[in-house]
Design a protein around this ligand. Structure first.
Ligand SMILES: Nc1ncnc2c1ncn2[C@@H]1O[C@H](COP(=O)(O)OP(=O)(O)OP(=O)(O)O)[C@@H](O)[C@H]1O
Length: 283
């Protein structure tokens, strides 16, 4: 373990000039649009010339590849255990979005042997050099497998809908993070909103509860309206931003991308992510 920590530190120091960011995209409740946001935001950022890698770390169904309409040639499991190279692990999807399919490799992460750990850490230099944004699509809820990714990321987009159950589950996630003294920068994205007003009210409600009970509150990043195009695009397995590029929902995605690009970060997102993930998983 000490050896690995040392190696990691060396890798981090070698690449101290990189400007990578890691955004975990998560939710308290399943099915609220986390993957739809991750895929479409990823493609938008890629269209703006950013080097984006989407890491599908959802233990459940591999939804990102379904939405992208791509069958990955290689998954994290193949990389960790079947000797595949990093270049093979990074699949290329539509719109210039690169992605890593976690597959069953995600389940293995907590039990990695020394070789597996070394393989995981060997991803760091590649991602540091080749990535402006690493988007991590986590599972939903407060299971350990989800929390590790959320806790390791510098920035977190918490997706919720105006439904009361989504709000309470989002609060449950924030409460767990707060209790464990895990403090990434959390921003709310309200999906499937009737409009800007409903989205703002939803976010205000959750933020007020957090302020009252936790003495801390997340920020608000933006909203996506309810849009049938999202369902249509999913059916056709073509990402919404490519299928309906001029729709109102894409305008809102653009605003979210603008907001994100305008925010200052440490620029060490990928290093920190690997460092914290290794601590959480291996210590
Ligand atoms: N703004 C929207 N308008 C209409 N439908 C939407 C919208 N956002 C997502 N959906 C639909 O909701 C469903 C769930 O979306 P998605 O798979 O992105 O959710 P998720 O939170 O990633 O789910 P999981 O918890 O299973 O990973 C999909 O059918 C998607 O097309």
């Amino acid at each position: 373990m000490r050896d690995q920590a040392y190696k990691l530190k060396m890798l981090v120091n070698q690449k101290a000039t990189s400007r990578s960011r890691v955004l975990a995209i998560t939710s308290g409740k399943g099915g609220v649009g986390k993957t739809s946001l991750a895929v479409n935001l990823g493609i938008l950022l890629a269209q703006r010339g950013k080097r984006v890698v989407l890491f599908d770390a959802d233990l459940g169904l591999a939804n990102a590849e379904v939405l992208l309409g791509v069958t990955p040639a290689c998954t994290l499991y193949d990389y960790l255990y079947r000797g595949k190279r990093v270049e093979e692990l990074i699949n290329t999807g539509p719109g210039g979005l690169k992605f890593i399919s976690g597959g069953s490799g995600i389940e293995e992460l907590a039990q990695l042997d020394a070789r597996g750990r070394a393989r995981l850490l060997a991803l760091l230099p590649y991602l540091q050099e080749q990535t402006d944004f690493l988007l991590v699509d986590t599972g939903a809820g407060i299971a350990e497998g989800v929390l590790s990714f959320v806790a390791a990321a510098e920035e977190v987009l918490l997706v919720l809908t105006p439904e009361p159950t989504s709000l309470t589950d989002a609060y449950a996630l924030l409460k767990v993070l707060h209790r464990r003294e895990i403090h990434p920068r959390v921003f709310l994205v309200v999906n499937r909103a009737g409009g800007a007003k409903e989205a703002e009210q939803t976010s205000l409600r959750l933020r007020a509860v957090c302020r009252h009970f936790l003495g801390w509150e997340p920020g608000y990043l933006g909203f996506l309206p309810e849009d049938r195009g999202m369902v249509q695009a999913a059916k056709e397995q073509r990402p919404l931003v490519l299928r309906f590029p001029f729709s109102p929902i894409v305008r809102q995605l653009e605003k979210i991308a603008d907001e994100l690009e305008g925010r200052k970060t440490s620029g060490k997102g990928v290093e920190q992510f690997f460092h914290r993930l290794a601590q959480l998983l291996f210590s």
